[in-house]
Design a protein around this ligand. Structure first.
Ligand code: F0G
Length: 427
């Protein structure tokens, strides 16, 4: 139901408020902005409760929706439904896996992987993109942009096409997986390959916003995070509102960390849960400024030149740093780092279990392995890992692994003649 609430933008520490329809991404003092909804009014109009969401049958523009817009009251209650640009994102599977839980040493009944790679363009970005592009259109922006390690550009490209808005994506030269760059090209967005890294692209996007009024759909855009919040609520609903002990996921630009923290904080505020699960945010060792800041009790972020095989999280200066600290504090969370070898090892296991995910996603499972080994995560705890992107996003890493490695899971192809004699050796 469309309700005329008063959502607004609010500076995360100073609390300064701005109207929702003001085009801005930071407060006057440079702080990041939250989208704040009027929960008291929303609760009065809709009987917000666990049962409400569990039993609700949601539709968006006449189609069954589920997913992001199932939680519309808590995502963007002010918008008329007819304005929403959606590809039915979300509603992703929560897998169990005997193989992976055995490899990790976790109880198979208490281990879950939420596969965000099963979204329309193959990553969690679509959850944020549906909200952000809808707002871009609502705010009558002339063009949408992003800096991207690949998935945001793929998602932006698909949604800009649907919204009939010009899109420009900036990607770092030589550092975007082939599946992702193919999507940006195929969906028809203008793709600029920047001679620099992701952090250079991000800097350029922020400058373009200020100087050229190009509307960014990166996670600095607070509407993106409103959509990504729904990953947490969907997990709670899928677990019948049993609160897991841990939620484990990769950290790059730290949009998810920020969005997930906000989602659970709000769920508690709304009385949907009475305690928060703990977060474990996993970074690649070569791109781990957040991990290092965590180790220093968040005394400051030192940007770094990032380097990792998990190109999606090859980020050295995350824009959502301050929001992410808040999320770690709210959830009594931890930050861990894993090597590229550990990521590849975890990926081989996730892939061989028939689930599969791109390298950055498998940092999740590599982090679990490390945290279980160190005793931080206990074998009888309930653990939910987020797989952020689809296995087909980065086929090159898979081919390199299986052709070149001598590990137990390496599975190179075999060339044979077209004879039954040669075939029978393999049966
Ligand atoms: N996993 C995947 C597959 C990603 O594409 C990203 C980020 C992350 C994890 C990290 O999430 O930034 O919220 O901490 N990809 C961005 C992009 C930066 O441009 O596609 P985060």
């Amino acid at each position: 139901m469309y309700v005329n609430m008063k959502s607004l933008l609010k500076s995360i520490t100073s609390g300064k408020e701005y109207p929702l329809n003001e085009v801005r991404f930071t407060a006057d003092n440079g702080e990041l902005l939250d989208v704040i909804h009027d929960f008291d009014a929303i609760k009065k109009q809709n009987n917000i409760s666990r049962e409400y969401f569990s039993n609700k049958r949601s539709t968006i523009n006449g189609q069954p929706s589920g997913g992001v817009w199932h939680f519309r009251e808590l995502v963007m209650p002010d918008l008329p439904e007819s304005e929403i640009i959606s590809k039915q994102e979300g509603n992703t599977r929560l897998y169990r896996s005997k193989k992976i839980s055995a490899w990790l040493g976790l109880n198979k009944e208490k281990f879950f992987l939420k596969h965000e790679g099963e979204n329309p363009t193959g990553s969690f970005k679509d959850r944020g993109m549906t909200v952000a592009i809808t707002m871009a259109k609502h705010l009558k922006q002339r063009a949408v942009t992003c800096a991207s390690t690949g998935n945001t550009s793929a998602s932006l490209a698909a949604y800009a096409s649907e919204a009939e808005m010009p899109g420009i994506v900036l990607i770092p030269k030589g550092n975007v997986a082939v599946g992702k760059i193919s999507q940006a090209l195929a969906y028809g967005t203008k793709t600029l390959v920047v001679n620099g890294d992701f952090d250079d692209c991000m800097r350029l996007i922020r400058e373009a916003q200020e100087k050229l009024s190009a509307y960014p759909l990166n996670s600095i855009n607070p509407f993106r995070l409103e959509g990504q919040k729904t990953i947490m609520w969907e997990i709670l609903m899928q677990l019948n509102w049993q609160i897991p002990d841990w939620i484990v996921f990769p950290g790059g630009n730290l949009g998810n960390t920020s969005a997930f923290g906000k989602a659970l904080h709000e769920a508690k505020e709304l009385g949907l849960i009475d305690k928060l699960p703990r977060f474990a945010v996993i970074q690649a060792e070569g791109a781990s400024p957040f991990y290092k800041a965590y180790k220093n009790n968040f005394s400051g972020l030192t940007p770094q030149k990032a380097d990792t095989i998990a190109t999606a999280i090859k980020i050295g200066d995350p824009v959502n740093y301050t929001k992410a600290i808040r999320a770690i504090k709210w959830t009594n969370g931890i930050v861990e780092s894993v090597t590229d070898e550990e990521i590849l090892d975890a990926k081989a296991n996730v892939d061989a279990a028939g689930i599969g995910a791109e390298p950055a996603s498998c940092a999740t499972v590599a982090g679990m392995k490390k945290l279980i080994a160190s005793g931080e995560i206990k074998s009888n705890e309930t653990v939910v890992g987020i797989l952020t992107g689809n296995i087909l996003k980065d086929p090159q890493v898979i081919v390199d692994y299986h052709f070149n490695r001598k590990t137990a899971l390496a599975n190179p192809p075999h060339d044979i003649e077209a004879t039954i004699d040669e075939l029978k050796h393999f049966l």
